[in-house]
Design a protein around this ligand. Structure first.
Ligand SMILES: [Zn+2]
Length: 91
């Protein structure tokens, strides 16, 4: 069986190369390494953003609990408390 040769453009350096592997995207091992490193850096960035989002969510949840505690202290329901807060803000 003759393997099909595919002409491709390297994802990293833009050089044209021939391969018989359809999934190959870089011309050489060196370029593959660079590509891998780039992807790792990108993933790190993504993870960082995700962690930040997670932190924000946690802060939000904490705020919710604080409000609920505050509402109980004032002897009103959480809904009432929120309504009051809302009115205060509108003033
Ligand atoms: Zn290359």
């Amino acid at each position: 069986m003759v393997k099909k040769q595919i002409t491709k453009i390297c994802d990293v350096c833009g050089t044209q190369f021939v391969t018989n592997r359809p999934h190959q995207v870089s011309c050489s091992y060196e370029c593959a390494k660079i590509r891998c490193r780039r992807r790792q850096a990108e993933n790190r960035r993504k993870n960082k953003i995700e962690n930040q989002n997670r932190k924000e969510r946690q802060t939000h949840t904490k705020q919710l609990v604080d409000d609920a505690v505050e509402a109980r202290k004032l002897g009103m329901s959480y809904g009432k408390y929120k309504e009051m807060q809302y009115r205060e803000e509108m003033r």
